[in-house]
Design a protein around this ligand. Structure first.
Ligand SMILES: [Zn+2]
Length: 118
């Protein structure tokens, strides 16, 4: 079990396993947020409080809720709007630096950037 929390501590997450891989996504929202996403089943992550401490941003097809702490502004996680989907992501930047250091980083480049991929 590992822990993650926003800067002010209003949002706290307990996660079953440390991430082996985190994703650095260059899509229009992720590159602006600067998040490193660790993907989980919602069953593997306990978020406290379960609601109320974050505001939600959605865009495009509005299939994903991006959660950000209302107090300190850290992006904490995303969740699927359709709660039957077995997928969510925790912002691994909120995990302890030692946990993040052990994960490999997978880069997803945005449209038009594929050729610069090594
Ligand atoms: Zn906070």
């Amino acid at each position: 079990m590992i822990q993650a929390s926003c800067h002010c501590g209003a949002v706290h997450m307990q996660i079953e396993t440390p991430p082996e891989t985190v994703t650095d996504c260059a899509c229009s929202i992720c590159r602006r947020k600067g998040a490193l996403w660790a993907y989980y089943s919602p069953k593997q992550v306990r978020i406290a409080p379960p609601s109320g401490a974050t505001f939600i941003y959605m865009w495009g097809d509005k299939e994903i809720e991006f959660h950000t702490c209302k107090t300190c502004g850290c992006t904490t996680h995303w969740a699927a709007v359709d709660k039957t989907l077995d997928r969510m992501a925790v912002n691994a930047r909120l995990m302890e630096p030692q946990v993040l250091a052990r994960a490999s980083v997978r880069k997803i480049l945005g449209p038009g950037l594929a050729r610069s991929f090594p």
